[in-house]
Design a protein around this ligand. Structure first.
Ligand code: 3HC
Length: 697
């Protein structure tokens, strides 16, 4: 048989079926067909006593090929592969390297035995895509590991380590990472030698252990609630129902119901949005294909200028990724304070059990500091993270030219200033770009990679690879005030201000946005960030934030902002004082009070983002609409199961979006002038993916 994605070798009665579809062995039609054909051939081959499913790619497999969810499944099914392995008269073994996810783990649990290397992770992440394991996982996993472990793995989507897999019974043997193949095959040879039985998982009983009478709904509830915030309620509930079937229904019946729940989930709006987001995230950070890997210098040593909140957070990001980082600040006391804050942040993680003391020490050992620019001369990348002052930034970049080699990549973490102007003082401006981290940098996933007009492709590509290394979701954006994330956010907050001025309570706006799926509403977010950002004390108040600042209500840091925080910042309370201040300000400004419906409030917030999104797109600040979505999903808390503002607009219907924006334009004036690209797309009946094909003016 000619094969393209697999390789079969038979030696000493053991057949090894290798999956060869890098990078992740996604189980697409061809791969499934070939695996199935090999299994059938081996089953009928009297020389074969054991079949081993292994991988020739960097990981065992990422599971079902998600791109097939749109086109439909053809060829051999995962179920047919599993049945063939499970019912085989030969011993069947999965040999798992590095990672096994989703459908691949479902194949593994249908094998009679499983071996993995010590660094491997095994998981069922389907819930993160708004799905449930749909190839028998919900019925087989609880037959191998304690029921609670199975339930938690599937509801959380989190993979477990090799050590935990061994302890729970998910794998039978763990090998060293270097010698998985040899040690794994030796394990199989021993199984044959010992005449070990074939062990169909489906014939085993569910492992409820001592928790026979547990109230599983209560056990699952916190996890289901937590997941629902990210993926919506459908998948966690379906997952729970499917796994519960393993407890009280025969295997075959459980499988049938799993299938029905899987296909229902796959069609849900939540899952469609999450599948879209999966590919959008990867698309956003793709490098230009023209650049060859050898031309790229991916930084190993990073300099950070400024030991404040952002600089400290960025230094932590580097240390967390195992990179050497040198922080500098203008004065020793500032530097000491910054380094101390980094230590405190790590100590909190240790206290909460999220980091071991040894890991904290190792990370701190990567962070160095001084007050001399010259100490950055061995860095491949320097990130400037001082406050937003153009003159100061230009002075720093000019100094960097004198202190660093000509090819050191120079980045600014500005959140709004003109990267081209900063680059103008640099001798080789093609190495200058923006790396816009989002506060707290060590937590927030998003990184806007800002391409200046002179930034070279090689620098951009090196930064995209670098972003992956430091575990950030990168999106390439062009230069404009606020780039993409903040530029859209200004519009959203402008609407929030206007609605407050027209008499809507901040807590009502927050409740509506939280209900939509944001982790917090805009007013609480402003309290958290600090209302005084950009506030000028000597200027007459222009908006609600100014009014609150004038009254000393700067947000959570003063325990008073839009809300009061009498207990602590985690417990905001409605503030009569703030509400009164806002009402009297609106009155003195003569703003007409109006009553708005919840839907109008929601639309004013979301469509302010969308209208600006179309402008950003038309200006070429992003390459595609989905980049805007990725920014909002990974940096601004837009609910993932709604796909991002642009995706949401398309699901709502672009025609309807335009009608609503048009009506706001008539009612509220120029702010709401519909973006010309939106108008044109509606006129030409275009889908977002075809946005670039609208006719030229
Ligand atoms: N299907 C199709 N393509 C996939 C894929 C999958 N399951 N997993 C990854 N890919 C693709 C990516 O789109 C990317 O393609 P590109 O290079 O063209 O952009 C390429 O593989 C590499 O992926 P990453 O950039 O994500 O590589 P990383 O090394 O950062 O991460 C990973 C690897 C951890 C495997 C990550 O890709 C991942 O989490 N994949 C999804 C895993 C998953 O959710 N599996 C469940 C699928 S649903 C299922 O199995 C249903 C079953 O129950 C019936």
């Amino acid at each position: 048989m000619t094969t393209t994605q697999t390789k079969l070798t038979i030696k000493e009665s053991i057949a090894v079926i290798e999956m060869c579809r890098p990078p992740v062995n996604a189980l697409g039609e061809i791969l499934r067909d070939e695996i199935k054909a090999h299994i059938d051939a081996c089953e009928n081959n009297p020389d074969v006593k054991a079949m081993v499913l292994a991988s020739n790619a960097p990981i065992f497999s990422a599971g079902a090929d998600i791109s097939e969810f749109k086109t439909g499944f053809k060829g051999a099914s995962l179920a047919s592969i599993q049945e063939a392995l499970e019912q085989s008269k030969k011993i069947t073994v999965a040999l798992i390297n590095q990672k096994s996810l989703g459908g691949a783990s479902e194949i593994a649990v249908a094998c009679h035995y499983r071996v993995c290397d010590e660094k491997a992770y095994i998981g069922f992440p389907e819930v993160s895509l708004g799905l449930i394991p749909g190839a028998g996982g919900t019925q087989r996993l609880p037959r191998l590991v304690p029921f609670k472990v199975a339930l938690e793995m599937m509801l959380s989507g989190k993979p477990i380590s090799a050590a935990m897999a061994l302890e729970s019974g998910l794998v039978d043997h763990v090998t060293s990472s270097e010698h998985l193949r040899e040690e794994g095959l030796a394990f199989v040879a021993k199984l044959l030698q010992d005449k070990s039985p074939t062990k169909p998982t489906c014939q085993q009983s569910v492992k409820v252990e001592d928790a026979q009478n547990a109230d599983w709904a209560s056990v699952a509830e916190p996890l289901m609630k937590q997941m629902a915030k990210r993926v919506g309620p459908t998948a966690p509930k379906a997952c729970f129902d499917a796994v519960m079937n393993a407890l009280d229904k025969p295997f075959i019946e459980g499988l049938k119901e799993e299938q029905a729940l899987f296909f229902k989930a796959i069609l849900s709006q939540e899952s469609q949005a999450l599948q879209y987001a999966f590919f959008a995230q990867r698309q956003a950070s793709k490098q230009a294909e023209s650049i060859s890997a050898q031309d790229l210098v991916v930084p190993k040593k990073v300099g950070v200028i400024g030991a404040g909140l952002m600089g400290g957070g960025i230094a932590m990001v580097m240390a967390n990724a195992g990179l050497e980082v040198h922080v500098i600040d203008m004065s020793q006391p500032n530097l000491d304070k910054g380094l101390e804050k980094i230590k405190d942040n790590y100590a909190i993680s240790v206290k909460h059990g999220k980091l071991s003391q040894a890991d904290m020490d190792a990370r701190l050992a990567h962070i160095h500091g001084s007050i001399f620019m010259a100490d950055l001369n061995a860095c491949d990348l320097v990130i400037e993270a001082v406050f937003e002052d153009m003159d100061l930034k230009k002075q720093i970049f000019a100094e960097l030219c004198n202190n660093c080699p000509k090819d050191t990549i120079l980045a600014t973490n500005t959140s709004a200033l003109d990267v081209n102007e900063i680059a103008s003082v640099v001798v080789n401006p093609e190495r200058v770009l923006g790396l816009h981290f989002f506060s707290p940098a060590q937590v927030t996933h998003l990184l806007e990679v800002v391409r200046g007009e002179k930034t070279s492709d090689a620098v951009m590509d090196a930064m995209l690879i670098f972003a992956k290394k430091i575990k950030k979701t990168a999106v390439v954006v062009g230069v404009c005030p606020g780039f993409v994330g903040n530029r859209l956010m200004f519009k959203y907050l402008k609407q929030v201000n206007e609605m407050i001025m027209s008499g809507v309570a901040p807590s009502r706006i927050d409740a509506i946005m939280k209900d939509f799926g944001f982790p917090m509403g805009p007013c609480l977010m402003c309290d958290m960030v600090g209302l005084d950002l950009g506030w000028q004390a000597n200027r007459a108040p222009k908006d609600p934030r100014d009014v609150l600042c004038q009254a000393g209500r700067l947000g959570q840091k003063t325990k008073a902002g839009f809300y009061d925080y009498p207990k602590d910042i985690r417990h905001p309370e409605e503030s009569n004082e703030a509400n009164e201040l806002l009402k009297s300000f609106a009155k003195s400004a003569g703003v007409k009070q109006e009553s708005l419906t919840d839907l109008e409030i929601l639309e004013r917030c979301i469509f302010a983002l969308v209208n600006e999104g179309f402008k950003v797109l038309a200006e070429g600040i992003v390459a595609r609409p989905s980049d805007i979505d990725v920014i909002y999903l990974f940096g601004y808390g837009f609910p993932p199961y709604k796909g991002g503002p642009m995706y949401f607009a398309e699901s709502f219907g672009l025609q309807k979006v335009l009608e609503v924006i048009g009506a706001f334009h008539v009612r509220y004036g120029d702010f709401w002038k519909p973006a010309p690209l939106l108008v044109q797309m509606v006129q030409e009946n275009k889908r977002l993916k075809d946005w670039s094909t609208v006719s030229a003016d």
